[in-house]
Design a protein around this ligand. Structure first.
Ligand SMILES: *Cc1c(COP(=O)(O)O)cnc(C)c1O
Length: 386
């Protein structure tokens, strides 16, 4: 057992973010929206407290309710929670086992007269085929005679490209999440980006009528959380963090308020505006974006070379334009591999550990999601952060 443990992910933070902690940062939210829109090629961007809250708000703002929303069975469960909590019904589509994205042949088969929206998630930073996706939407709209909203969930794929086109620049809206486990962070936080100014205005107005301004206390709490994260992920203390997480319930108390895989719920402050300190951190991270992606791509190339000798491991593909939120590898003995690496001082991830239709809250969905089930029980992820 090594006492220095390399974490499965680590936010890319240094003195540049720390400098913001001691400032007021008024106006940062406004600046963050402007700069984010520019970076990810949108006409406008609107901030939210969490990615899931952003997705939920979008459905509310456009008045989509009592409708079926097609989405992959293998993605973060909060995507399905946001659909459900907005009064809509998720309909799951199995994934393919090459890049773990929604199987577009399956998607095409499942679109029906009840389908009003499609969410594509670009899992692990692998871009989904945008041309095919748009084609399916267009043909289905003609066939069923109504609008089908295309939502790109970019939480794993910030700035990824499909055939030279940036993900998130097509469809109606793109959703980004910015918590500390994401490609870039604003402590917590979510963002919607738009290609249509009128739609952005509708959503911003809806947010401003329904979300609360945050007070001074929340600004302090977010700063404290930032400081705790820096401590928890520091090189010599991460082993303690890991131990507390694995062997005690102390951290669960905090992480479970934010996320439970098998309960449909949102954090209590999901109707708060993003704080200025979060936006200020996000602004610094935007400047580091290119550096972050560059590092991830190099790391994945390195893994491809050094891990391909193991014949029983199925390595995630190298794909032009992918931004690698995680680097997935399929193994047959996941628990043993995780344990072996811990003993060598490396924490691997085991994301995503469930197929959503197998979670108790969604178990009434019938269907065969065999690829999604296989991925959920056999994937490990190698660290792609420093
Ligand atoms: C993290 C994530 C979200 C939601 O983000 P929160 O900010 O935690 O609400 C949504 N979709 C995907 C694919 C994610 O990875």
């Amino acid at each position: 057992m090594k006492w220095i443990l390399k974490p499965r992910f680590k936010p890319f933070l240094n003195y540049k973010e720390w400098k913001k902690i001691f400032r007021l940062n008024s106006d940062a939210v406004y600046q963050f929206e402007k700069k984010f829109a520019k970076k990810f090629k949108a006409v406008d961007a609107v901030t939210f407290p969490y990615g899931r809250s952003a997705q939920w708000a979008f459905f509310n703002a456009i008045g989509l309710v009592n409708s079926e929303v097609l989405m992959p069975s293998y993605t973060c469960s909060v995507v399905a929670h946001a659909v459900t909590l907005s009064g809509n019904t998720p309909v799951f589509v199995d994934i393919n086992l090459n890049d773990y994205n929604m199987d577009l042949n399956e998607l095409e088969k499942l679109v029906s007269v009840k389908t009003k929206a499609i969410i594509a998630t670009h899992t692990f930073g692998y871009p989904q085929d945008l041309d095919r996706l748009e084609d399916i939407v267009k043909k289905s709209e003609i066939r069923f005679g109504h609008k089908i909203w295309l939502i790109q969930d970019c939480c794993h794929c910030f700035g990824a490209e499909w055939n030279g086109r940036m993900i998130g620049t097509s469809g109606d809206v793109a959703v980004y999440a910015l918590n500390i486990s994401k490609i870039m962070t604003s402590i917590f936080g979510g963002m919607l980006t738009f290609q249509n100014q009128d739609l952005a205005n509708i959503v911003r107005d809806w947010r401003d009528n329904n979300y609360k301004k945050t007070g001074f206390l929340k600004e302090i709490k977010r700063r404290l959380y930032f400081i705790l994260v820096c401590i928890a992920f520091s090189k010599y203390l991460y082993f303690v963090t890991w131990w507390l997480q694995e062997k005690t319930n102390i951290l669960n108390k905090y992480t479970k308020a934010f996320h439970l895989d098998n309960k449909i719920h949102f954090p209590v402050d999901y109707l708060d505006h993003m704080t200025n300190i979060e936006a200020a951190i996000g602004l610094v991270q935007l400047d580091k974006y290119d550096q972050i992606i560059d590092y991830r791509r190099k790391k994945v190339n390195f893994y491809q070379e050094s891990l391909s000798k193991n014949p029983s491991w199925i390595l995630g593909p190298i794909i032009q334009g992918a931004t690698y939120s995680h680097y997935p590898i399929r193994v047959s003995n996941r628990d043993a591999v995780l344990k072996e690496y811990i003993n060598h001082g490396v924490q691997l991830g085991n994301l995503i550990q469930y197929s959503i239709p197998n979670l108790p809250e969604y178990s009434h969905y019938k269907g065969d999601f065999k690829n999604s089930t296989l991925a959920s029980s056999s994937l490990i992820n190698f660290p792609v952060t420093k």
